[in-house]
Design a protein around this ligand. Structure first.
Ligand code: BF8
Length: 676
């Protein structure tokens, strides 16, 4: 007789402590709520699933079936010769470098494939195959045409246009698409960098040939038995990262601006509290704005609004998660619902009638969470589907974009009446001003009349602004949600460093109330506060999504061009940071910043610690070759201080450190006088 099965013991699962998991009150409340409802989220899973100590050191090689070969650093460290080797003889440096550049390949592929998809839609628009998309920003079109070598016979101010705009758009589309796979030449946008930088890349032999090729070559070189020199591997990593930053990502940003409009500052709100109990909530999540633009357009139509009302809702509330959120915020003011780590929580409000996802940073567990509620989870991209039965797939195509958007919105509206009783939307939300870019920084700091970066440079030279911090990137559940983001940004602005932000750092700053001009008075040092108050900008400028880090590269180039701060990005008093990074895209971004001359600090961990020689190569030796280098600092205050110390070193090299000292003395004197 078969043995009777014992009932499975229900183990008491470890649950995340909401306060230890996030600094954000709305997030804390929703984690608590998930526990009350018995729904597991990433915060709980992170407690049960420890990260691998060997993988985090970067020295696990699984590129063939003889391994995986794991070469952890001995606890006592390495004395004398490092004899660690994999089955094929690969030492830690080779393994760590291979892993590192495979991350660059993953990140560059993600950004660049996004860029390609936008270029394809752009081509459809240029060919007039779709009514849904048109050229919105002709000025940007002409700028891009120039950068791609397309004949315009017109300057960007529109003088003497004797070539049809449609013809120009078509050639721009062809040239742009060609950047992914052309047989000869180099990525055209590299020449948008300061000349000194371009010449340096040329000297180092890292000019990317085309976008796809550099990614493919990484996969080839890291196959077993190919490139066995960590320096040569990093050379290829550098090519691919540059092909991302100055190629795929920059093209994505530019073509999106042409199609959907170049962002200019606008007001909105951020955090889960933007969802509304009495409205149909559609949360848009992912990265490519081609569909979300259509959703924004269709949701505003009278037909859809009336349909929502006919179902008992007051209207339609759109909001966004991750970088799609940043895209539709910066162009339409659609509020930010939350960061990468809040995606499950948006559904747990019980008020999410539909979550529409496209590509990148989408948790597979969303389907399990959605299963506990009425939420329709809708995938839309052919390369990003989910296996779970409760997920709907409505494949988006630019040729019937408006119809797709309409179908999705109707589904959400019709789902409004299926809501259960468990609605709980946290009330927290913050007002924000977002939508900055190369053009609007120029306008705000230079005015229409002067229209240049001189004013920004003047303020850096005279020391009111100590320097520029580019703080970007993800949330990582291995570290307290938003804690490092906010601590670092606050420390920087307190020390008069203006912050340019994108991605989930931008959302974190938005939630924390740092994206308002008024925050300058509260959080900034006296110099930065004075500048922000004079021109009416926040001390933290939201520059968009992760592909929009290309805006930071171009803004830095404009600063170089405006003069007085050296001839290259590496001479600027500037530093980069990704405090809570987790994605391969962050490594690609980090590396194109480093290769563009920026000292770049990451938080959490970096998978290089198990290969000290390789680590030293990218942490120190790279500075001699490229003027920029990697660093790692998990402690947020120390992280910010390292950035500030680098900025001060650059100020000293430029001979402008004295100006700042004088200003500090003046301020102290003034304060002393005030108290007399
Ligand atoms: O591309 S910052 S978690 S959402 S990967 Fe993802 Fe990281 Fe957020 Fe945008 Ni970028």
């Amino acid at each position: 007789m078969a043995e009777e099965k014992k009932p499975t013991e229900t183990k008491v699962k470890k649950l995340a402590d909401p306060v230890a998991a996030s600094i954000d009150e709305a997030t804390q409340k929703m984690i608590q709520r998930s526990h009350e409802l018995g729904i597991e989220t990433t915060f709980d899973r992170a407690l049960r699933l420890k990260s691998c100590n060997i993988g985090t050191q970067g020295i696990c090689c699984k590129n063939c079936d003889m391994g995986p070969c794991r070469l952890p650093l001995p606890k006592s460290g390495i004395e004398g010769e490092d004899t660690r080797k994999g089955i094929c003889g690969a030492p830690p440096n080779t393994i760590a470098a291979r892993n590192f550049i495979r991350m660059i390949a993953g990140g560059a592929a993600a950004h660049s494939d996004h860029g390609r998809a936008v270029a394809e839609v752009f081509m459809s628009a240029a060919r007039k195959e779709t009514n849904a998309y048109q050229i919105k920003d002709t000025r940007k079109l002409l700028e891009v045409a120039q950068a791609l070598g397309v004949e315009t016979t017109v300057d960007v101010d529109g003088e003497e246009l004797d070539r049809d705009l449609d013809e120009i758009a078509l050639e721009v589309a062809e040239k742009a698409l060609n950047e992914w796979g052309k047989a000869e030449g180099e990525v055209l946008y590299l020449k948008r960098a300061p000349e000194t930088r371009y010449e340096l890349w040329k000297k180092q032999g890292v000019l990317p040939r085309n976008i796809d090729r550099e990614i493919v070559e990484i996969m080839h070189r890291t196959h077993i038995g190919v490139d066995q020199d960590y320096k040569n591997l990093m050379k290829q990593g550098t090519r691919a990262a540059l092909a991302d930053g100055w190629g795929g990502s920059m093209l994505a940003t530019d073509l999106q601006d042409i199609l959907f409009g170049t962002p200019y500052p606008l007001a909105s709100e951020a955090n889960l509290g933007v969802m509304k109990e009495d409205m149909v909530n559609i949360v848009i999540h992912g990265h490519e704005p081609v569909l979300s633009e259509m959703i924004v357009a269709v949701a505003q139509t009278k037909e859809m609004q009336d349909h929502a009302k006919s179902k008992g809702a007051k209207g339609i509330q759109l909001s966004g998660i991750c970088c799609t959120a940043n895209e539709i915020l910066q162009r339409h003011g659609v509020p930010l619902c939350g960061t990468f780590l809040q995606q499950e929580l948006a559904i747990i409000t019980g008020a999410c009638d539909a979550m529409v996802v496209d590509i990148q940073c989408i948790f597979q567990n969303l389907a399990n969470v959605a299963n506990c509620f009425h939420t329709k989870l809708i995938t839309t991209h052919p390369i990003a589907r989910m296996e779970q039965d409760n997920v709907l797939h409505i494949e988006f195509d630019e040729h019937h974009a408006l119809e797709d958007a309409e179908r999705i919105i109707k589904l959400a509206i019709d789902n409004f009446e299926n809501r259960g009783a468990e609605v709980m939307i946290p009330k927290q939300k913050s007002p924000i001003v977002a939508g900055f870019g190369v053009e609007s920084v120029e306008y705000h700091l230079g005015g229409t009349f002067r229209g240049s970066y001189y004013t920004l440079n003047d303020n850096i030279i005279n020391g009111r602004i100590r320097g520029i911090g580019g703080v970007v990137g993800c949330n990582n559940v291995r570290t307290r949600h938003n804690d490092s983001h906010i601590t670092i940004v606050k420390e920087l602005i307190k020390n008069d460093v203006i912050v340019l932000t994108t991605g989930c750092n931008a959302i974190a700053c938005a939630m924390e109330g740092l994206l308002t001009p008024e925050s300058a008075r509260v959080f900034c040092g006296p110099g930065l506060a004075e500048v922000c108050e004079t021109v009416g900008i926040p001390p933290v400028l939201h520059l968009g999504s992760c592909v929009d880090n290309s805006r930071i590269l171009l803004a830095a180039t404009e600063v170089v061009k405006a003069g007085g701060l050296g001839n290259d990005i590496s001479e600027l008093p500037a530093a980069g940071s990704a405090p809570e990074w987790m994605s391969e895209k962050a490594i690609s971004i980090g590396h194109y910043f480093v290769a563009s001359g920026v000292y770049t600090v990451l938080g959490v961990t970096l998978p290089v610690s198990g290969a000290p020689v390789f680590k030293n190569y990218i942490f120190e030796k790279f500075e001699k070759m490229y003027g920029g280098m990697w660093d790692l600092e998990a402690d947020p205050v120390e992280h910010a201080r390292k950035m500030i110390a680098h900025i001060d070193r650059k100020r000293k090299d430029l001979g402008i450190d004295k100006a700042r000292e004088r200003i500090m003395v003046d301020m102290a004197d003034r304060r002393a006088m005030d108290t007399m």
